[in-house]
Design a protein around this ligand. Sequence first.
Ligand code: MRU
Length: 337
Amino acid sequence: MSELQPVMWKNNKLILLDQSRLPQEEKYMEITRHEQLIDAIKRLAVRGAPAIGVAAAYGAVTAAQEIKTNNLEEFKSELKSITRRIGASRPTAVNLTWAVERLENIAENAADIPGLKQDLLKEATNIHHEQIESDLRMAGIGAKLLKKGDTVLTHCNTGALATAGSGTALGIIKQAYSTGMITHVIATETRPLLQGSRLTAYELKKNGIPFHLITDSTAGALMKQGKINAVITGADRIAANGDTANKIGTYTLAVLAKEHRIPFYVAAPMSTVDIKIESGVEIEIEERPSYEVTSFQGVISSPEGINVYNPAFDVTPHDYISAIITERGIIREPYWS
Ligand code: MRU
């Protein structure tokens, strides 16, 4: 089955599938200015740690098309101020700054503007292809951790839409289903922006994989009934000691999994591992606007003027994680410390 393409480079332009409109509408947007990309990242039209890294890489190519000066040093300096802004558009997923820094290094070493533009596109394409490749490797490696007949629970969306490849946790699930290992998937709806019910359900349905969608608060009851054999999630940033930031609610699932003696796996490419930080305490957690919680698809669902706390991610301490699946293999304690 061909994968959804959330990020494409076509006719010298960046094209994004607007995920904020899914599942109602599969609408593609042409990105010709870096401000459009920053807006798309902020409002989650493109989302998922690896996919925003790939989009940001092509975004640097777009930025280079916008700059008018013929002076190399001025060009580099304007480009850097734009790529810095793209890199700062969301704070938690390290793939974003990781990709931007790769493009910045290319720019720094350039000797002329036409060559610089070509090299930026080459590097962005490399980042995209590396992601496709590492997703395929992770799928093969991670599927081996599952047993025949397993039902797997997953959170948020970690499929093709989230990586611009075949997915991390959901890539493993697709692979395990296609080889007859797992028979059933449980997808959490993932409040408040519903990446599970809008996007994971969409991908699972397109792939013909049997699944049930549950509210986030149903997970514990299913675990207690013995209906979940493994949990696999993605990650936005992993510290050297294995502490993992991922979509809000991941920590709750990890605690529940430990209580019920269910293996809890994280799947992520090495570009999500931030070995510069020792533990999860150092991870900045994005806080999102209150209206995402006080309204539902544009309809207000709470009294006006109330206090809201809306962190987009949480950190799961490494001792709740059974193993981290990367394209380089299965990593366990002490992880990268
Ligand atoms: O806010 P989002 O939708 O970008 O959050 C996405 C997640 O938390 C994913 O689990 C994570 O980025 C891994 S995607 C392979």
